[in-house]
Write a protein that binds this ligand. Structure first.
Ligand code: NAD
Length: 480
């Protein structure tokens, strides 16, 4: 069995224990045994990052460009192979997984360029002769804690800006999917990262994650995951004086109004609700439909759902891969049962038989729901969407905003005025018009509002707000 070690201070080191990484399409396929760090090993990684920061923070933009550019080239060149690994450990389909790896490569290319574009500003002083300049400096050691649903893209969109702006990194990937991050860290190491600049500690959140969050030697934490974990991490970061950024859950609305193009609406909802097995923080989990189009839309959506093939993530022709693990499968089924008990009518949502032991679940559509039901208030994180019938656009907007979350929101309409009104008034970090709530560009800012996010945006040039700190200098040239 292949063993995969932690990476600390430029060395691959055995963990305290190991954990098996299983393929959710085929539980008899073990991807490898992955090191599990303990508290002491995590502290070693943090200490290595602290030592490396002294030099890396003073590296030239060219050195940082070269490292990230080289890593990006390797990721892109290996995207078919890495995509296969990703699909095997997480369960999204092979084309989706290859697409995710491609995105990770592009992110590294983008942030290679950002290393050259950090720049600064100056303003004329209100005092005679004085100059005022604003420059950006790295923060220090950044702890990165990532979820299982984007095993390479999320580590990439945190590691790349952290390194581009001169920080050093300790990353803890989700325990369910360590392989993609392991490969990513190896690529960065082989691209020439000096010892200690990037450190990988795999293992449990309650051990490795806690050690990162509680360490006085970590300057900032960027977290993506669930609301409960994020809020607990935020409180600890605040208590220990760290800068922190939290990207958390969603209950994203997709509004379909009477004048929508039916085909566009159905495709946007199939993609947004069910692709990647619905395991996206930006998934369209609430379909809010005005009464004039409701019946036609539901019929067309169900017909399209029947044609979706659920199965092995690596098999040709699979549209929806397995649920990531048994716990998530049980959560999906529990919510489907809750929706039924609340009076919802469930279409689909049954387990799918396959030739391998895996967690296969047919996509589920729950009709006849109201905004107050639990199924419309709590994140399921599976291939489960609801339909809420409303009278008109204004009721749809009110229902869309009636949630504690605010990550992504969409509208399908052929009316420019409704689309414009929705863009301005929906409470979300990202708005989609006639396209799925999930699926974004790698060079544009990503993040939400309300309970979905805390802190500055990730990705694009906006990432510098989190990964740098501003210094304001007042310069008096003295007597001339
Ligand atoms: P999770 O909160 O269970 O775990 C996320 C990470 O936190 C994992 O690495 C985990 O090991 C770690 N962790 C757990 N307990 C910890 C602790 N006490 N201290 C420190 N770290 C700890 O989330 P998940 O199940 O991996 O991911 C699914 C969630 O992620 C969903 O809610 C989804 O919406 C969210 N998500 C959000 C975004 C976004 O950008 N907004 C993107 C992807 C996923």
């Amino acid at each position: 069995m292949n063993q995969f070690d932690n990476y600390i201070d430029g060395e691959w080191v055995r963990g305290a224990t190991t954990s098996a990484n299983l393929n959710p399409s085929n539980l008899d396929d073990v991807i490898g045994e992955f090191a599990q760090a303990d508290d002491a090993q995590t502290r070693d990684a943090i200490a290595a990052a602290r030592r490396a920061f002294a030099r890396w923070s003073l590296s030239t933009p060219q050195q940082r460009f070269d490292l990230l550019d080289q890593a990006g080239s390797v990721i892109l060149a290996r995207k078919a192979e890495l995509g296969r690994l990703l699909a095997r450990e997480e369960g999204k389909t092979l084309p989706e997984a290859i697409g995710e790896v491609g995105r990770a490569g592009q992110i590294f290319k983008f942030f290679a360029g950002e290393a050259l574009r950090i720049g600064g500003e100056s303003v004329p002083s209100v005092r005679p002769g004085m100059t005022v300049e604003m420059t950006r400096e790295p923060l220090g050691v950044i702890g990165l804690i990532t979820p299982w649903n984007f095993p390479i893209a999320i580590p990439a969109w945190k590691i790349a800006p952290a390194l581009a702006y001169g920080n050093t990194v300790v990353i803890k990937p989700a325990d369910l999917v360590p392989a993609s991050t392991w490969e990513l860290v190896k690529i960065i190491a082989e691209a020439g990262a000096p010892a200690g600049v990037i450190n990988l500690v795999m293992g449990r959140g309650s051990v490795v994650g806690e050690a990162i969050v509680n360490s006085p030697d970590v300057d900032a934490v960027s977290f993506t995951g669930s609301v409960a974990t994020g809020r607990a991490i935020g409180a600890k970061c605040f208590a220990t004086g760290k800068k922190f950024q939290l990207e958390m859950g969603g209950k994203n609305p997709m509004v379909i109004v009477d004048d929508a193009d039916l085909d566009v609406a159905v495709e946007a909802c199939i993609n947004g609700a069910f692709f990647s097995t619905g395991q996206r923080c930006t998934a369209s989990s609430r379909l809010i439909v005005t009464e004039g189009i409701h019946d036609r839309f539901v019929d067309a959506l169900k017909a399209r759902m029947k044609a979706l093939k659920v199965g092995d993530a690596l098999a040709d022709g699979t549209h929806i891969g397995p649920v990531v693990d048994d716990r998530q499968l049980q959560q999906d089924e529990r919510y489907i049962a809750v929706a039924r008990e609340e009076g919802g009518e469930v279409f689909g949502g049954e387990r799918v038989e396959a030739s391998t032991r895996g967690y296969f679940l047919a996509p589920a559509l729950v009709t006849n729901t109201t905004a107050a039901m639990r199924i419309n208030r709590e994140e399921v994180f599976g291939p489960v969407a609801t339909v809420i019938k409303v009278k008109d656009y204004h009721e749809a907007l009110a229902v869309a905003n009636d949630t504690e979350f605010g990550l992504s929101a969409g509208i399908c309409t052929t009316s420019l005025s409704l689309a414009s009104h929705f863009r301005r008034h929906v409470q979300a970090g990202m708005v989609m018009v006639n396209t799925a709530t999930a699926g974004v560009d790698y060079h544009a800012p990503f993040g939400g509002r309300k309970g979905s996010s805390y802190g500055p945006r990730e990705q694009g040039s906006y990432a510098r707000e989190f990964y740098t700190t501003v210094k304001t200098s007042y310069i008096n040239p003295g007597a001339v």
